[in-house]
Design a protein around this ligand. Structure first.
Ligand code: G3I
Length: 489
């Protein structure tokens, strides 16, 4: 048993200590996510409650975008540089090292109490041509070991875990893929890289990282498992396996948790290192996070980007925040699965009846008394106790959106079919499951929700400046105003 591999479960208040052990300098104030009172309301804090981290891939070029960095520093306590520590950036020509872009990210992390995953030392991708064209084993061995040594020394004490070798196995196979390292150095290059890495920074965790190793029965998973088993048996230093987890819309394969626990049983930590899921279904995200939570040595989860617009798969909207930085339904599913606030406290609970009040008007969503027919306009009015015409049952749909059923009329909040323009007034109508009756709820900083209609993509609002009793509610482009903020009570 190696003490290096033991990661004791930490309570949230001890999380900063772990940052110090990893050499991260914490700002005195510390991030909000690590403060006791906010412990369960952000991804990072909720993960820390069980001794885990929640991270994001970060691009240095986006740190100056305040929407981006605000979310980063509020929600995430681990950072992986998306591209900045790759070989084409760090050693573009032999012996010439460039740490500028990665240093920006490491400084940001230090200033905000976030730990770092180093990504990546030996990989066939983003590898400069001068390396790929080396044909002599002695030269390549020395170049590889010099690269590992120089990069790890530069960041010594500042990196929690390194992806020492990335994606060395071939798809659909138990064998290594073809690469300059494999072809010139042979099978032993992975072992050599890990031994070199351990000698340079014995305090950093050393990980093997790959994709398509999430399904236990896949040949590639079996190949990586056999390698890790062999490394552990022979004392080759390895501390962790990263499962990238770039998933399709269905999320993780059925055996994902089995894979995590089988790797962990070899005596390594496992981590979900590059999570993104096409269309970000809340079920798929929830299942992924629950699988990690169910495995003691699954010590952290990193999503591969912050907003959908930051993603390498931006066309698939695979992340937890939309392009405007709003939390998506999958965010709540993740927070809830981490044991945080999620949908179980303070969130909209499916099946619950609410009064829904507009933050600007101070009045509630109301179907005019006595009018219950299809097409009746919905308005705001002074809250009137628990009158049924002002009560709405929220039911969550499979896409994560909600249907809001008016208790008095039994009909649902509806954007008239085919009418999606700014200024369209909302009505009640028989429930029909259409996107024009589906409302996405994104949590705002003040605890209210922005309700976005799935058909139009526009937000429910009281028209700007109009707050009187009887004001009809309409849809408009989301703008963050109080007239688009709705409180569920
Ligand atoms: O910065 C240049 C820009 O100047 C240039 O104009 C433009 C032209 O294509 O390219 C820009 O660089 C791009 C870079 O991302 C930064 O945006 C590269 O072309 C592009 O290839 C690169 O893609 C990265 C990809 O790795 C390359 O392999 C993605 O951002 C990054 O998310 C992705 O991350 C990988 C992990 O490292 C390993 N696992 C898979 C994962 C997803 O592919």
């Amino acid at each position: 048993m190696s003490w290096l591999n033991e990661e004791p479960r930490r309570r949230k208040l001890l999380a900063p200590v772990a940052g110090l052990i990893a050499g991260t300098v914490l700002a005195l104030a510390g991030p909000a996510s690590l403060e006791a009172h906010g412990a369960s309301s952000t991804l990072g804090a909720a993960a820390a409650d069980s001794g885990r981290y929640f991270g994001a891939a970060v691009a240095a070029g986006r740190l100056g975008d305040s929407t981006y960095s605000t979310i980063l520093d509020r929600e995430f306590n681990m950072i992986t540089p998306e591209n900045e520590m790759k070989w084409d950036t760090t050693e573009p020509s032999r012996g010439n090292f460039n740490f500028g872009p990665a240093d920006q990210i490491v400084s940001h992390a230090s200033a905000h109490g976030q730990r770092m995953r180093g990504h990546t030392l030996v990989w066939h991708g983003q590898l400069p041509g001068w390396v790929s064209s080396i044909g002599d084993a002695g030269t390549l061995r020395s170049v590889m070991n010099n690269h590992i040594t120089t990069v790890m020394n530069h960041y010594k004490g500042k990196i929690y875990a390194w992806d020492v070798v990335n994606e060395a196995f071939a798809d659909g196979s138990t064998q290594h893929r073809s690469s300059v390292f494999q072809n010139v150095l042979g099978n032993g290059f992975i072992e050599e890289a890990f031994r070199t890495a351990r000698s340079v920074d014995p305090a950093a965790k050393l990980c093997y990282n790959d994709y398509n190793i999430e399904n236990w029965s896949d040949a590639k998973t079996q190949g990586v498992y056999a390698m890790v088993k062999d490394f552990k048996a022979r004392g080759v230093p390895i501390d962790c396996v990263g499962l990238q987890s770039h998933f399709g819309s269905g999320g993780p394969p059925a055996g994902f948790q089995t894979t995590l626990s089988n790797f962990a049983a070899l005596g390594v930590d496992v981590q979900i290192t590059e999570l993104d899921i096409a269309q970000a279904s809340l079920t798929a995200y929830g299942n992924t996070v629950r699988a990690c939570m169910n495995v003691a040595r699954c010590t952290g989860i990193t999503v591969w980007g912050i907003r959908d617009s930051d993603s390498w798969r931006s066309g698939e909207n695979p992340l937890l925040f939309d392009g405007n930085g709003n939390k998506k339904p999958a965010y709540d599913a993740v927070l809830s699965a981490l044991g945080g606030e999620g949908n179980t406290g303070g969130g909209i609970v499916s099946g619950t009846v609410y009064s829904v009040s507009n933050a600007a008007a101070g009045r509630v969503l109301d179907v005019p008394s006595g009018q219950t027919g299809n097409g009746t306009s919905v308005q705001v009015w002074d809250a009137n106790g628990t009158a049924a015409n002002q009560q709405w049952r929220a039911s969550q749909n499979s896409d994560g959106s909600y249907t809001l059923t008016n208790v008095g009329s039994g009909r649902v909040l509806d954007e008239p079919g085919g009418q999606t323009a700014n200024g369209t007034q909302m009505v009640i109508w028989d429930a029909n499951g259409g996107a024009n009756q589906h409302w996405r709820a994104s949590r705002n900083g003040d605890g209210s929700y922005t309700l976005t209609n799935v058909a139009s993509g526009r937000a429910l609002e009281t028209p700007g400046g109009l707050t009187a009793n009887g004001t009809p509610v309409q849809i408009w482009d989301s703008n963050g105003g109080a007239n688009q903020h709705w409180n569920f009570k």
